[in-house]
Design a binder for this molecule. Structure first.
Ligand SMILES: *Cc1c(COP(=O)(O)O)cnc(C)c1O
Length: 414
């Protein structure tokens, strides 16, 4: 059952009416379902039963402490990309030994912090980073556990902004260079080679590119074994897509089974870094129609959420379903759902067939991933509140910012 379903016509999150959430917490407002988050996580766990494995949730998809807490309680590890995310997951109760650190631009200070905490692995993305990590670990008197993020040069067939596994992308080290770099890493005194890693892109809708990437990694692993470099884990990254509109996203089983089959005979711990798939369909953005502005060419419904809240439509041209919380009878017209921000790119959806009146509540669906985390204060708009629904309870998990907070760090000239 969907965590967001209608009862007597009114859209609910689990058993809480979105009308009640809007009147209690105001709009715009992010609404998450605890049950949906847990179900999505369990779907992965199910496929990994009996395997030496670790699901490292990719924190950047949605980093609210309550979301992290829910996954940590279920035994998840975390994939982080900054010192900020590291502190966040620790605040949410993460086990340091289940944290992997990805990203092309780790600073020395970030490395030092992560080394001190004793994370599971650094996913190293370049030769230069390897040298820096070795130096930082040496100064700290520590041995840094590493994997190399290999760029398998496969086409993930997704939006160019979220495709990461092609030669032309900035991520990882080229397959052709990886063997030599591993051999070099093996000579560095302050590093300990523990794994191999790849992540080829986001919102992937076909299992084939994952499988293709795995084949390239397995080939490399065999070469490394011949070199006397024995790995402890393989990290297959994240990237599994979700349904926004009519996409046929693979089941977790269809995505994982072929890969796990190939890994069966190997003595490797399997790490995964899912982000979007765990949170995307577990959240929505609740907004209220401020004005209707019908026109000769287009009809605009101006709502109180905007591109500063949900950037994905403006950034990637992505499509989110937009549904009325309490549908009204009457003839539907085509509406452009737009925000109040001073940009023509400030839209949430174009040409949506809806019967609308000012004051109506709309739910922008599948907004749990890359939603709140990408929001900004553009136009001095306070970031929206976040609410986690848990059965019949609606818990505020981040209060709405105040305008005063937005300029509290600024000052006028002396
Ligand atoms: C973004 C990212 C992920 C998560 O990607 P999703 O598409 O959200 O699953 C995993 N690993 C790395 C290294 C990433 O950059």
């Amino acid at each position: 059952m969907s965590p967001f379903a209608r009862q007597n016509g009114v859209l609910h999150a689990e058993s809480v009416s979105l009308i009640d959430i809007a009147s209690h917490f105001g709009t715009p407002c992010w609404v998450y379902s605890r049950h949906a988050l847990e179900t999505a996580f369990d779907e992965f766990q199910q496929e990994l039963i009996g395997l030496d494995s670790l699901i490292c949730y990719a924190v950047k998809a949605n980093s609210n402490l309550a979301v992290l807490d829910i996954f940590a309680r279920r035994g998840a590890g975390f994939d982080i990309v900054s010192a900020g995310e590291l502190k966040r997951v620790l605040a949410a109760g993460a086990n340091p030994r289940k944290i992997v650190f990805s990203g092309v631009g780790k600073t020395a200070a970030e490395m030092e912090l992560a080394l001190g905490i004793g994370i599971l692995c650094f996913n190293v993305e370049s030769a230069a980073e390897l040298e820096r990590l070795d130096a930082v670990a040496g100064r700290a008197g520590k041995k840094a556990p590493i994997s190399l993020r290999v760029n398998p040069d496969v086409d993930a067939k997704t939006h160019p902004y979220i495709s990461t596994g092609l030669k032309e992308n900035k991520f990882g080290v080229a397959c052709a260079d990886a063997r030599a770099l591993y051999r070099h890493a093996a000579t560095l005194a302050n590093l300990e080679i523990t794994g191999i890693d790849c992540h080829i892109g986001s919102q992937l809708l076909h299992p084939a590119p994952f499988d293709e990437a795995l084949d390239k990694l397995l080939l490399l692993i065999d070469q490394l074994t011949a070199d006397g470099i024995v790995l402890h884990h393989i990290d297959l990254g994240g990237g599994l897509g979700i349904r926004y509109r009519d996409e046929e996203a693979p089941t977790v089983k269809a995505y994982l089974q072929p890969m796990l089959e190939k890994l069966k005979e190997r003595q490797l711990q399997v790490l995964l870094e899912p982000g979007r798939r765990l949170v995307g369909n577990a959240g929505l953005l609740l907004t209220r129609v401020e004005y209707l502005k019908p026109g000769e060419i287009r009809n605009f419904a101006i709502v109180d959420a905007a591109m500063n809240d949900l950037a994905r439509p403006a950034l990637y041209g992505s499509w989110h379903d937009i549904v009325p919380v309490a549908p009204r009878s009457g003839i539907a017209s085509l509406w452009d759902i737009v925000g109040p921000v001073c940009e023509s790119g400030d839209f949430l959806g174009h040409g949506r067939p809806l019967a609308l009146a000012a004051g109506d509540l709309l739910a922008i669906l599948s907004a749990g991933a890359y939603g709140m985390v990408m929001s900004s204060n553009y136009n001095t708009r306070p970031r929206a509140a976040e609410v986690m629904v848990d059965g019949a309870a609606a818990n505020l998990v981040r209060r709405r910012e105040t305008v005063e907070e937005l300029y509290a760090l600024e000052q006028r000239l002396p």
